[in-house]
Ligand binder design. Structure first.
Ligand code: UDP
Ligand code: MG
Length: 329
């Protein structure tokens, strides 16, 4: 690794080997274009001596696609072996596909950049990311979007609600950063030690705690195909993010419980006063109201508790987080 090089004329400090990690789920419409673009970008960065283009690669992590995604990856690999692929046995979701890709890329690279297959996140800023890694010793570079103008109104507002809800629930994430980021090999090694099966990378990565930086870019519309993140998936992602990181909702229930207890004492006082004071038979309305209210409250509380128990259940099983079915490296 570290040959001492005293020859100053000869700038033979080994160039960075970059791995671009692309999670792909049913991306046949976008992938050919994306891979072509990424290879072209790698070559261009190679010409600028930013990276060692020949020993860099694109690692596609096929998340159990049902279309021709794997076929496209194989074709590209046949033409240019720098395109590599792993195929997960099932659709495990973006986060797991990404983790699998990063871990597989680790032995091949000095740093890896994760990017979505639709290239909505401007690939050109990879240049800045790599420069920060090369020259400033930055180990994690977050891609942050400067505008969401290209997203639909719905996506934009739900995404913002998602971030602020997470903040309120005590989860620290980088605002408007999705999973477009550079991680050094060291950062990935540290990430690999986070063994949790409920994976929420945007929450974990900031906890790794190496030297970080951000670069901003404008997000483009999807190049082809449609979003693989419909509302239902986004909601479950949001709940996962919170419950796998903080127990604040549990405490919230506790506080609501205390508040209700206080209310209940006041209520009992009132009930006793009415009992001794006047007629108490017409109590149907208030009874119904409180029964329904308390009932729903209990259900909500149980739901939250259940959410955590589900998490514990999954962690305790300690199952592998993904299974790689096939690999072309
Ligand atoms: N993706 C994945 N597994 C899934 C869903 C999505 O690997 O179950 C990948 C998808 O191929 C893409 C990235 O995750 O590369 C982000 O998905 P998408 O662009 O559809 O999400 P959006 O940009 O709409 O949030
Ligand atoms: Mg997208």
């Amino acid at each position: 690794m570290a040959e001492l090089n005293n020859n100053t004329h000869h700038h033979s400090a080994r160039l960075t080997r970059l791995a671009v990690v692309v999670p792909c789920y049913n991306e046949e419409e976008a992938l050919s274009f994306s891979l072509t673009k990424l290879l072209e970008l790698i070559d261009r960065m190679g010409e600028k001596q930013l990276i060692d283009a020949q020993n860099s690669c694109v690692v596609c992590s096929d998340d159990g696609s049902r279309d021709n995604t794997w076929g496209i990856i194989s074709e590209f690999h046949a033409r240019d072996p720098r395109v590599k692929g792993i195929s997960l046995a099932h659709n495990r979701g973006h986060q797991y596909a990404l983790l699998a890709g990063l871990l597989e890329a680790l032995p091949l690279c000095d740093c890896a950049i994760s990017i979505d297959a639709d290239l909505q996140d401007d690939p050109e800023v990879m240049v800045e990311m790599v420069e920060l890694f090369n020259n400033q010793g930055v180990e994690i570079v977050y891609g942050v979007r400067s505008s969401r103008a290209s997203d639909t109104w719905f996506k934009r507002s739900t995404a913002h609600a998602f971030y602020s809800f997470q903040r309120k629930m005590g989860l620290e994430t980088i605002y408007d950063h999705a999973d477009y980021r550079l991680m050094s090999a060291r950062a990935i090694e540290l990430l690999a030690q986070y063994n949790e099966s409920n994976l929420f990378l945007r929450g974990i990565v900031p906890q790794i705690g190496l030297k970080t930086a951000t670069v901003t870019y404008t997000r483009h519309p999807r190049i082809a195909g449609e979003s693989k993140y419909p509302l239902a998936k986004m909601l479950s992602f949001s709940v996962d993010g919170i419950t796998s990181f903080t127990s604040r909702p549990l405490r919230l229930i506790f506080f609501v419980g205390i508040a209700l207890l206080v209310l209940d004492i006041a209520m009992s006082v009132y009930v006793f006063i009415s009992y001794f004071g006047h007629d108490t038979i017409p109590g149907w309305t208030s009874l119904m109201l409180s029964v329904w209210f308390l009932g729903s409250l209990i259900l909500v509380a149980l739901g939250v508790v259940g959410e955590y128990i589900g998490k514990i259940f999954n962690e305790v099983k300690n199952r592998p987080r993904f299974a790689i079915k096939e690999k072309i490296f």
